[in-house]
Structure formats: structure tokens, C-alpha cells
Design a protein around this ligand. Sequence first.
Ligand code: FAD
Length: 511
Amino acid sequence: MSVEPVRKIVIVGGGTAGWMAAAALTRIMGDLPGFSVTLIESESIGTVGVGEATIPQIIGFNRMLGIDEMQFVRETRATYKLGIEFVDWLRPGHSYVHPFGTFGLDMLGIEFQHFYFRGRALGDTAPVDAYSIAAVAGKAGRFFWPRSDNPKSPMSKLSYAFQFDAGRYARFLRGMAEAAGARRVEGRIVDTALHGETGFVRHVELEDGTTIEGELFIDCSGFRSLLLGQALGVPFTDWTKWLPCDSAVAIPCELGGRNEPLTRATARTAGWQWRIPLQHRLGNGHVFSSAHIERDAATEMLLANLDGKPLADPNQLRFTAGHRDRFWKKNVVALGLAAGFLEPLESTSIHLVQSSIARLMALFPDTGFGQVEIDRFNSETLREYSDIRDFLVLHYRASERDDSEFWRYCRNLDAPGGLAEKIEMFRSSGRIFREKNELFTEASWLSVMLSQGIEPERYHPAACILDEDETRNRLKHIREVIAQTVGQLPLQEDFLKQQGGAIPAAERMTA
Ligand code: FAD
């Protein structure tokens, strides 16, 4: 048996997806003799330029690349993120944090939430956020790294991610990829040639007539999906009926207001507004359904709700929720917006790029391009998209809001996939099952279901093993330990200064 490795990789597109792929491929495969990575991008087309909030999995990606965290934080103007603060989603005036990490402590082999529900039945009124160190620290504006070496510390229950400047992130990765041998070609692709017999992509052609050949093409061309969608004709599955938002307007502004290590998502009458505090500025955007609000009105609503002076003109974007029917066909693998798009409510797009890169590395082809590996890549990627879709739909469906046409539509959304069963199981007995290693953990489902008004009717009988006083005391003790621990953490801005991640004060854009 002999294997001829694929050695000639062509990446089409130099947005976040393209440079993440280039950095990862050169890092992991770069020592293979004859291995080459060529990335083609067009400055005249540019990148989507948004995508500033992430989830904790990015820590693993950065570690795999050997990134120094403080250099990364300084260069991308990053802040830390401990979760998302959801404002006005259940009803106007209500807010909660969907934190990273876990809640409370599992006891007697039973998940924490069952003791929490019993505590509530006994009259304990503390919100579930009080049992999450990430939520409490986030709201207090404090941060320190988790203590994974000490499982007894509440700090072992914390996870974190970053909020960063998307353009700077792509440039940072570009620097790494080029240093590791990736070649960048500037130019606009005008044509794609396929092999007559196999239908594989043979080369792409640039405006100036140059052709660039490859064995494996990674389509990171954004919403255009130049290779997978256009050249290979893979259709798009539209999920608008579940995720009706199809537009966004984004604008950076000066720093202002409270800037905790949290992304904020505030529900609006026909969508929601994001607010992402970076070290030098705030990122803002309004994601909306164009069937329910005019673009001008959505833009005005965004401009009326900024915490600082705008730093650019509003950037208008359109998208369709959904995905390509296949993510890998023949010798083309699509990543990022070329593969699909789910609105940024839970900051999952960069993660989808990263997890697809990990999957591609696990299933990396030889020149025989085995179909069974390709099928596996496609089924796992589709499962991940579907799991995220279900979690996003939960946020819209589990709301008391009926103050606009949009929210009335959302309340009556069909539950896709396994969502209906998940909600019913939770409502019936407070139980949550994480299916096949899905991205969002039991803690995430607990946070959003409970905070958005889904009340369990019962809880696990084993929670009654502790008597009433013991239940109350243990819950109180957990809250106190979390509050005390958070009180000793530094404020995020002090942490950044102490650890060498702070940018010079002159670069902070404030009024
Ligand atoms: P793009 O950035 O569009 O890059 C496409 C590349 O292809 C460019 O370099 C372009 O020049 C090149 N290209 C295209 N056509 C050609 C051609 N003919 N010839 C040569 N080159 C070409 N993700 C998150 O994780 N967190 C968030 O908070 C978040 N917020 C978002 C908010 C909005 C409103 C949107 C729309 C997306 C958001 N995302 C977020 C998603 C995130 O922005 C993208 O997943 C990420 O930027 C990857 O984009 P990309 O690289 O696939 O595409």
C-alpha cells in the first residue's frame, strides 16, 4: 500500500477563514516535503470585516498555533469575554448572562441544576447567574485565568474567550502563515477550470491571465462561494424560516459606558443589537429581519443606541441563514461564509471555521480523495451547523415578547431538529442531554432555557436526599464562595496592565 499525499494547497480568500486555514495548514503540515500553501485574495473585493466575538474553543486554536496570548491580545486590541449578556430577550427590562463554564457544583452524582430547582421550591430566590463564576465576574468587570489545576477552586469552573478587531486578527494570522511559508497572491479570480474527466478543480485564473493550479482547493471566498457554490454548483439550503434575520448594519464607535468582559446582545423590535467592547473601541451592529423593518429604520435604531461617537460610516450587510448542501465536494472544501452562515447571536462563525479546519486535518486527503472521508466531513459539519441552529432558535422561540410582528412570528417558530424534545424534557423534569458532543454544553442550555422562561415542573428525585436546611445551606455556601472569589479578582483593565496585554492609553478611542 502506498500513499501519495496532497501537497499543493490553494486557498481562495484572505478573510478570517482564509488566514486561519493558512496559519493552521502551514503549522501542521508545513514539514511535509514539497508541501505548499498559496492564498489568493483581492484587495478590491475586501473582506466582510466583522466577526469580533468568539467562544472558548478559540483558546485551543491559538495554542495549536503556538500564539503568545499577550502578544495576540495587544496586536488584535482584544479584551476577554466571559459570556454574553442578553438584554430584553425574555421581555423588555429583563437581562441575564449566558456564561462560559459551568454552574454551581454537581452533588451526589447529580447535576447541580436539580439542587437549584429544589432550592427554589424551598423559597430560595437567587437567579441561576449567581452560581456561575463567569457570570458574576463578567458583571463585576473582573477577570483572571481559570485554575484548571485545582478542581476545588471555583476558578476551575470558568472558561473564557476573546473579543477582538477582526481586521487585525486576519493580519495577525497572515503574519504567522507567511512566516511559516504560505505564499500570498494578490488578484481577482475570474475563472475556474475543471478537469474534463473527474470534475475536480484544476486551476483558478486571475484577471491578469495568471493561472494557479492546486491539488486541494480551500474555498474561503465569503458569501460568493466561488468554487464550491459557483464552480461546482453545490446548492444552498436556506434556513430563513427558522432564522428570519437576513440583514445587518455594523458600525464601530468610541469607547463609552460600562465595558465588562461580556458581549452584549440587546433584543430590538425586529432583531437584536450587538455591543462588543474592545480595548480601543466598541464594535456595534444591528441584526434584523428585512421583512419586519426597513434598512433605514434599522440603521437609525443602531445609531440612536451607541455608547460613543461613530468612527466610520454604517456598513450594510445582507445574508441568508443556512449552508451549502455539502461542505466538501471533489477537491474543494469550503470554510467560513463560503460554507454557510448562522447569525452571530452566539458568536459561532469563527468557531465553525476552526472546527472545520480540525476536521479537515483529521480527514486530510491523499491524492485518491477517499469518498468515505469526504462523507464523514460533510455529515459532521452538517451536524454542527444543525446543533447551533437549534440553540439559536431557542433564543427567539422562548420569549414572552409579543410587542411586534417579528416577535409574534418568532414565538410561533417550528422547533427544528431535536429542539422540541430538549425543551419538553427540560420542562418536564429539568433534565438536559448533550447529544453526540454537540457544541453547546448542558450549562449553556440550562442558562438560556431557564433564563428565557422555561420552567421545569419537576426535578431529579435524588435532589431530595439532602434535607431542606442542608439544601439551602449548600446553595448559599456556593454563592458566597463565588462572590468572595470574584471579589479578589482584578478588574479586567488592571489584569491587562499587569499581564502586559494593555494597549497604550493614547490608542484608546474615547470621547
Ligand atoms: P470574507 O471575510 O468575506 O473573505 C472573503 C475573501 O475572499 C476576501 O479576502 C476576498 O477578497 C476574497 N475573494 C472573494 N472573491 C474573490 C475573487 N473573485 N478573487 C479573489 N479573492 C476573492 N463571526 C464570529 O465568530 N463572531 C462574530 O461576532 C461575528 N459577527 C458577525 C456579524 C455579521 C453581521 C456577519 C455578516 C458575520 C459575523 N461573523 C462573526 C462571521 C465572520 O465575520 C466570518 O465568519 C468571518 O469573517 C469569515 O469570513 P470569510 O473569511 O469566510 O469571508
